[in-house]
Ligand binder design. Structure first.
Ligand code: ADP
Ligand code: MG
Length: 516
């Protein structure tokens, strides 16, 4: 029986949890004995070009900022983001694979080889970013059996440790992303109602506010810039983060600033900090409002607010949420570890469903009462050209096929019609987004379906989108008369084989790189 693991591949910190003999998830510490591994990479020039991942990488970035990488998750799936090191361009998927490889290696050293894993992603990640995350896992030598939404993982962990029922709002403020998700929980039965996220809002933005306060203090005293080099910036970013964390415990944080014009003592109060971060808290509030609006609920309809992510340790977050909801948020679970623990539970449930013979009896018993209903996180549609009733002209439109927040697994079909006589092909586009106007949705794939020759117009084409429990989407476009079929799957090809994408081909070369 192989080990079953869940991985929280975080913007700032990552961690890995494994199911024990009775199906309870446990964090596997890294080789330094730490339960969290910084998602930081440093390409060492010395030591045979070894790639350092984790705390050593984080500390080494002061030595050479140009060879250090952090916050990769913010760029996941972005084809334009590359980090050039010694003539090689590293993609976000490859960089994430290095972090995953480190987690895999370290846990193998402590708890035996691992293969099957579920990796968590923010609920608002689109298909491209989910696929990029899965590719990173594959490139790191893992068999990615599923992807789980981080708030679902957190709620899973929470619901298996205490009695919960009612509407749970998961408020996840991490280092680089913010997610808010509303769920209906009845014991171990949980259903996501809706979810929203901002992938450019997290702890680092609060650090920036502190950095701005320090810069201003220096400017006011010396009339000069505090930060002269990239190395200075890295140092003061760390300082700003420390001050922020201190302010979570104490009303004032003190530090020394050593700028080019002289040194000074600086004192930052919690009040100054909280004033500075008001716009960030308002951005988070807006998403909470959107989620409640989508669900047609008021704050008083929510029974529990569950905190996830290191940044929810800020007292401001807690008091602010209490003022919105009228009761204090729930913070009894470990805000840093609950996502990895829940991802391991999710991996167990997935393995039990798909390959029960390879799940140990104790694990099976431990998981048997958990049931989970997840939803589709986005609306998916296609571009079509219906006739406008008023003008009689064709208009190009995005038509939604699979609606956001539909419970999984789901399958929906719609029929479209060819436009012209003798039409040889239809361009099929898969979109993601809510708008009717194609300019305001993402086109996640475009292909062409060849049609039989010499036919009149208005021939039916059936379009079927389905979304499975592992967060994978399948799309089928079928010409009804000829039966010709075009199938697109975001992780499997038509033969059911795992498709080798360009990204995976590239990441196959990662094996020779030594990660430590
Ligand atoms: P991610 O999911 O993005 O990897 P985490 O949930 O691990 O992030 O949270 C990391 C963030 O939490 C960092 O920005 C860190 O500064 C912040 N953080 C951790 N502890 C505290 C604290 N005591 N007070 C304020 N922020 C904190
Ligand atoms: Mg996180």
């Amino acid at each position: 029986m192989s080990n079953i693991v869940g991985i929280d591949l975080g913007t700032t910190f990552s961690s890995l949890a494994m199911l024990n003999a009775i199906g309870k998830p446990e964090i596997v510490p890294n080789t330094d004995g730490d339960r969290l591994t910084p998602s930081a990479i440093f390409f060492d020039e010395d030591d045979g070009g070894v790639i350092r991942v984790g705390v050593e990488a984080l500390n080494s970035r002061h030595l050479n900022a140009a060879r250090s990488v952090r916050w990769v998750k913010r760029h996941m799936g972005d084809p334009d983001y590359k980090v050039s090191i010694d003539g090689k361009d590293w993609t976000p998927t490859e960089l994430s694979a290095l972090v995953l490889k480190k987690l895999r290696q370290d846990s193998a050293a402590q708890a035996g080889e691992i293969r099957d894993a579920v990796i968590s992603v923010p609920a608002h990640f689109d298909e491209i970013r989910r696929k990029a995350t899965m590719d990173a896992g594959t490139a790191a030598g893992l068999n990615v059996i599923g992807i789980v939404n981080e708030p679902v993982a957190a709620a899973l962990c929470y619901a298996t440790t205490r009695d919960v029922s009612g509407r749970v709002l998961v408020y996840d403020l991490g280092g680089g992303t913010f997610d808010v998700t509303l769920m209906e929980v009845k014991g171990l039965d949980m259903e996501i109602i809706c979810s929203q996220g901002d992938h450019a809002l997290g702890g680092i933005d609060f650090d920036k506010t502190v950095l701005e306060i320090l810069q201003k203090m220096y400017q006011d005293k010396f009339g000069a810039e505090l930060i002269a080099t990239e190395e200075d910036r890295a140092k003061y970013e760390d300082e700003a983060e420390d001050i922020k964390k201190t302010l979570s415990r104490r009303p004032v944080a003190k530090t020394m600033l050593y700028g080019p014009s002289g040194s000074m003592r600086a004192e930052v109060s919690r009040e100054m900090f909280e004033q500075g971060v008001t716009p960030l808290v308002s951005r988070a509030d807006m998403l909470v409002e959107v989620v409640l609006d989508e669900a047609g609920l008021k704050p008083s309809d929510v029974n529990t607010v569950l905190l996830v992510g290191g940044s929810t340790r800020m007292p401001l977050v807690r008091t602010h949420l209490e003022s919105i909801f009228g009761f204090p948020p729930e913070c009894s679970i470990n805000v840093d570890e609950c996502v990895a623990l829940g991802a391991a539970l999710h991996a167990g449930i997935t393995k039990l469903r798909e390959d029960p013979d390879h799940v140990a009896a104790g694990v099976r018993e431990g998981l048997k009462d958990i049931s989970l209903t997840d939803v589709c996180n986005h609306s998916y549609g296609t571009i079509c050209a219906p006739i406008d009733k008023e003008t009689g002209r064709r208009v190009i439109q995005n038509r939604i096929i699979l609606k956001k927040n539909t419970p999984l697994p789901c399958e929906v079909s719609q029929t479209f019609y060819t436009v012209s006589e003798g039409q040889k092909r239809v361009e099929v586009t898969i979109t993601q987004g809510e708008d009717v106007d194609p300019a305001f949705v993402n086109r996640i794939a475009t292909h062409s379906l060849e049609l039989p020759p010499d036919r009149p117009a208005e021939r039916p084409i059936n379009v079927t989108y389905s979304y499975d429990l592992n967060q994978r989407m399948h799309c089928a476009f079928q010409d009804v008369e000829s039966g010709r079929l075009l199938e697109l799957d975001f992780s499997l090809d038509e033969n059911g084989e795992k498709e080798t994408t360009q990204e995976e081909k590239a990441t196959a070369h990662l094996e020779p790189f030594k990660v430590q």
